[in-house]
Design a protein around this ligand. Structure first.
Ligand code: DAK
Length: 256
């Protein structure tokens, strides 16, 4: 059975990391399968979003595979790191909206995968953290960069330097979790949210807004505001503004 299972719904897919015995830890096989699955979804015009979760009740993803990493030679470590970044970027740079359904442990590379997603729905029983320093490592799949961008530098440094896990309530307090939901219902909640985001909302506009948000985080306010103007103007190359505003004026819901 594949270590990454893809189930396509009408407008979104559920992508499940499936190595339950190793708490869905990310080895080379999972990273390659994740990259391939994202490429397939990217090319499927019917797809607007992806929900990423982990198999079983216990873990989203408990990290990069420690057993696979321990004896890496430098060249192999470099190849593993590159594959990891390709996998995270396949999610973060996708045209698809991504939601992590965090159904249990999201540690190390697992939290980094959740951070590569746009949104995170976190189950009450989940524990999240970047424990790499306790293994003599640093977060290597984007955690040092994406976590501070989501929760701010001080809180991110506290998590990275301590390696301590936080619970779902704390994750919501610091803005890491968009929502905390009952144990066992993260996937259903994430899919519900994805359906909402894919209905009566313009994918073209969502992409433009999302790009403006991400680009703005890496630049000055003035440049970010300029990018917002560009994105706004670009939208009018598509039919969606006319469709959306036309529907409003005709007092009906828009279908994009
Ligand atoms: N890798 C491999 N196997 C893992 C694993 C992992 N990350 N996490 C758990 N497992 C395996 C366990 O070894 C165990 O296998 P068996 O003994 O049954 O064969 C099985 O999953 C069940 O785990 P436990 O028996 O330990 O279950 P517990 O309930 O007792 O504990 C736990 C659950 C999540 C607290 C514990 O498993 C744990 O602490 N796991 C490790 C969590 C962790 O440290 N994760 C971070 C991994 S490091 C870089 C690139 C990437 C990275 C760093 C640098 N560069 C490019 C520079 C990323 C690093 C990481 O992600």
């Amino acid at each position: 059975m594949s270590v990454v299972i893809v189930e396509k719904r009408e407008r979104h897919a559920v992508l499940t990391i499936s190595r339950e015995k190793a708490l869905n830890a990310l080895n080379g096989e999972v990273l390659a399968a994740l990259i391939a699955a994202m490429a397939d979804l990217e090319a499927d015009g019917a797809m607007r979003g992806v929900v990423i979760t982990g198999a079983g009740e216990k873990a989203f993803v408990a990290g990069a595979d420690i057993a696979a990493m321990r004896d890496l030679k430098p060249a192999e470590a470099s190849a593993f790191a590159a594959e990891g970044h390709r996998a995270m970027n396949a999610v973060a740079e996708s045209r698809l909206i991504s939601i992590a359904a965090v159904n249990g442990f999201a540690l190390g590379g697992g939290l980094e995968l959740a951070l590569a997603c746009d949104l995170r729905i976190v189950a009450e029983n989940a524990k999240l953290g970047l424990p790499e320093v306790t293994l003599g490592l640093i977060p290597g799949f984007g955690g040092t960069q994406r976590l501070p961008r989501v929760v701010g530098r001080g809180i991110a440094l506290e998590m990275i330097l301590s390696g301590d896990m936080i619970d779902a309530t704390r994750a919501a307090q610091i803005g890491l979790a968009n929502r905390v939901v009952a144990s066992g219902s993260a996937l259903a909640e994430a899919e519900g949210m994805m359906k909402t985001l894919s209905t009566h909302r313009s994918a073209v506009a969502q992409r433009a807004a999302r790009q403006a948000v991400y680009e703005g985080a890496d630049t000055s306010l003035a440049k970010g505001l300029e990018r917002e103007i560009d994105q706004f103007a670009n939208l009018f190359k598509s039919d969606d503004p006319r469709l959306g505003m036309g529907a409003f004026l005709e007092k009906r819901k828009p279908e994009f």
